[in-house]
Structures are given as structure tokens and as C-alpha cells.
Design a binder for this molecule. Structure first.
Ligand SMILES: [Zn+2]
Length: 244
């Protein structure tokens, strides 16, 4: 199989928590992969050194709509709203003038020092970081009632918009879980895009309400891993049988 027959996809990197060190024991309520500040800094340095164009989700969507070339275009996202994003990731992004999107669990905002506060979200916003919704409670939406799903999607948007005084146009499915019905609920709520994890089908045109991401974890900073992950063919590589 040659690269020519594989489909090039938009490259959206998916981060979660950023910490100074990896905790020896991850607390039971913490399922998200944790990345050290040092690894994050290295991964961003890689993008800068190799002249990737790091763009906002808005710009990426515009590029998809106009069918302009996606080569070397990368968007950076964070899920959940871990406070390490403000402490460790935001300064690195600011240093290089790079945009990103942070998807927050609205009920978790300011709940403890482990989570981003409203003040931190305002500061991130002023830095040019986009704030998106990751639902109210992080419920796995395919398993809740239609009414709860609508509430999670709509009310999280409403509360973010009220506090941040700006439109919230992007949604990230908790756990990456979505169905066609959920995609309609998100679209009808007024979002422009919805992001999943690495789920979803390969399509001729990327689905704006099931945009796939490349998960970035500890160990992803090895150059060959970064090349693969930022190539736009990573999902295709993952589908190849071992050794192919
Ligand atoms: Zn999440």
C-alpha cells in the first residue's frame, strides 16, 4: 500500500492534562492521559522547528469548507480543563504565538485547584485560546437519555457564553462517544464543529461533527512518532495491519 491511496486528514492534536511530573499513582477519578510540561514543550518545539502552520479550529474549519490544502496544518486541543493547561501549556503557546482550543467540563470549572477556574479561562481567552464545551458533567452521551444529552450540549454552551461573553462554537464529545442523533443535537444547538477521539469512519470529506484527533501522550515526543502523528495519515497508518 502506498501513501498515494491513503486519505490525508486534518491534523488535530488531542491533549488532556499537563503536569510538572507524572504522578506515581493516578487518582481513581483521573482517567485522562497526563503529559509532562517538558514533553509538551518538546512537542511544540518540534512543530515550530519544522514549520507546521498551527491554526485555530476556526481556521481549520474554514480550510475544510473551502477545500484548500491541509498540508502542514495542525490544530491543538485540550480536553477536560485541567489547571495544568494554564500553568504549563499556555506559557509555551504564548511564547510561540500559537492558538489552541480548550474544551472544558463546565460543572468542573473552579471545583478544585486541579481544574481551570473562570478567571483562568478568561486569561486563556485573552491570550487567544478558544474555549469550547466538553459537556456539563462529562457524561458519556451515547448512554444518557435524549433529554440529558440536549441539556449537556445546550446548557454547557449557554453557561460558557454567559460567563465568557463570547460565542462557543466547538464541542468535544466526552470519551469521544457520539451517534448520528448526537451529531444532530450538537449541530442544532448552534455549534460549528464537534470533535471525537480517534473514532469515526474514514470519509471522502471530513465530517465537521465528528472530527477525529490524534491523541498526544507521554512518549509522543520521539521525532518519528511526531512525524507520523502530524502527517495527516496517522489514522490510516493505525488501520494498517502490523508490519504493513
Ligand atoms: Zn474528557
Amino acid at each position: 500500500m502506498t501513501l498515494g491511496v491513503l486519505q490525508h486528514e486534518p491534523v488535530i492534536l488531542g491533549y488532556h492534562a499537563i503536569r510538572e511530573t507524572i504522578p506515581a499513582a493516578i487518582p481513581p477519578d483521573e482517567v485522562a492521559p497526563v503529559l509532562t510540561a517538558r514533553s509538551f514543550r518538546r512537542q511544540i518545539a518540534f512543530l515550530v522547528r519544522h514549520r507546521y502552520r498551527v491554526v485555530s479550529l476556526e481556521t481549520l474549519c474554514e480550510t475544510l469548507r473551502t477545500a484548500a490544502p491541509l498540508r502542514r496544518l495542525v490544530a491543538i486541543t485540550f480536553d477536560d480543563g485541567d489547571s495544568g493547561i494554564a500553568r504549563y501549556a499556555a506559557p509555551v503557546l504564548r511564547e510561540h504565538g500559537l492558538p489552541a482550543t480548550v474544551f472544558v467540563i463546565v460543572d468542573a470549572i473552579g471545583r478544585s485547584p486541579a481544574w481551570l477556574s473562570w478567571e483562568e479561562l478568561q486569561r486563556l481567552r485573552r491570550q487567544g485560546i478558544t474555549i469550547g464545551s466538553h459537556s456539563l458533567s462529562h457524561a458519556y452521551l451515547p448512554t444518557v437519555t435524549r433529554e440529558q444529552a440536549i441539556e449537556e450540549v445546550r446548557e454547557s454552551k449557554r453557561r460558557l457564553e454567559e460567563r465568557l461573553q463570547q460565542p462557543v462554537r466547538h464541542f468535544s464529545y466526552p470519551g469521544g462517544g457520539f451517534t448520528p442523533e448526537l451529531q444532530t443535537i450538537v449541530r442544532d444547538a448552534g455549534y460549528a464543529t464537534a470533535l471525537t477521539t480517534n473514532r469515526g469512519q474514514r470519509r471522502r470529506q471530513p465530517d465537521l461533527f465528528a472530527l477525529r484527533r490524534v491523541s498526544m501522550g507521554e512518549g509522543s515526543e520521539a521525532p518519528w512518532v511526531l512525524w507520523a502523528k502530524t502527517s495527516g495519515y496517522y489514522h490510516a497508518f493505525r488501520r494498517l495491519p502490523d508490519g504493513a
